[in-house]
Design a protein around this ligand. Structure first.
Ligand code: GLN
Length: 213
């Protein structure tokens, strides 16, 4: 099997954890800090971190336009948490000057789960992963996470929060993983659990799409 080169946006956030997970699923990770490092990528991961900071740094590093263009051309992408926010078409509860990459037809609400449950964990059914025989649930680790408030017609919902995951019930049924074509996003952080299945899912997607700019 080939090892596709998958970039990890490396302006801020948990870059190392994603790079390690990608390597573990047979991909070749490449940190991306400048536009030239987008060349030759078969896919890219946008890590967790702080989306408004990452948005600013995308401008500082002159990456915003080149990355947006690459995504529009069909570069497969996976965004986790802040990365999901950056990939969205519409963001609620962000700064007015925050930029987004418009690669996923979703409305995302930042820091949506509320102060009481800034962080929580839940076992999730994940379409394409846990619906295979004998697959245990995916452990979702949510850290000041966004949720997906609504999705456009081309977006598949892959995971929602089961009822009772948080004491106030606020998270019940919320959409936390989506896919639109070659773009995948999760509100949670599989890169911190040691469970490689979401990264393996993305690496398979990257291999299937076989992107050439
Ligand atoms: N709350 C962060 C933001 O708005 C995301 C948190 C995360 O990536 N863990 O960008």
């Amino acid at each position: 099997m080939t090892a596709p080169t998958i970039g990890v946006l490396a302006v801020q956030g948990d870059v190392r954890e994603h790079a390690a997970a990608l390597r573990a699923v047979g991909a070749e990770p490449r940190p991306v800090r400048r536009a030239a490092e987008l060349d030759g990528l078969a896919g890219i991961v946008l890590p967790g971190g702080e989306s408004t900071t990452m948005s600013k740094l995308l401008d500082v590093f002159e990456l915003y336009e080149p990355l947006r263009e690459r995504l529009a051309a069909g570069l497969p992408a996976y965004g986790s948490c802040a990365g999901m926010i950056l990939l969205a078409s519409r963001i609620l509860d962000t700064r007015p000057d925050a930029r987004h990459l418009d690669a996923l037809d979703i409305t995302v609400r930042r820091n949506a789960f509320g102060r009481q449950v800034e962080s929580f964990e839940a076992d999730l059914a994940f379409a394409g992963i846990t619906d295979r025989p004998a697959e245990p649930p995916v452990r979702g680790v949510f850290i000041r996470a966004p949720w997906v408030e609504s999705t456009g017609p081309a977006v598949d919902v892959l995971a929602t929060v089961p009822a009772g995951a948080t004491p106030d019930g606020r998270a019940d049924g919320r959409i936390v993983a989506v896919r639109q074509g070659a773009v995948l996003a999760t509100s949670f952080h599989p890169e911190v659990t040691g469970d490689l299945r979401v990264h393996a899912y993305f690496a398979d997607l990257v291999r299937e799409v076989s992107f050439t700019p």
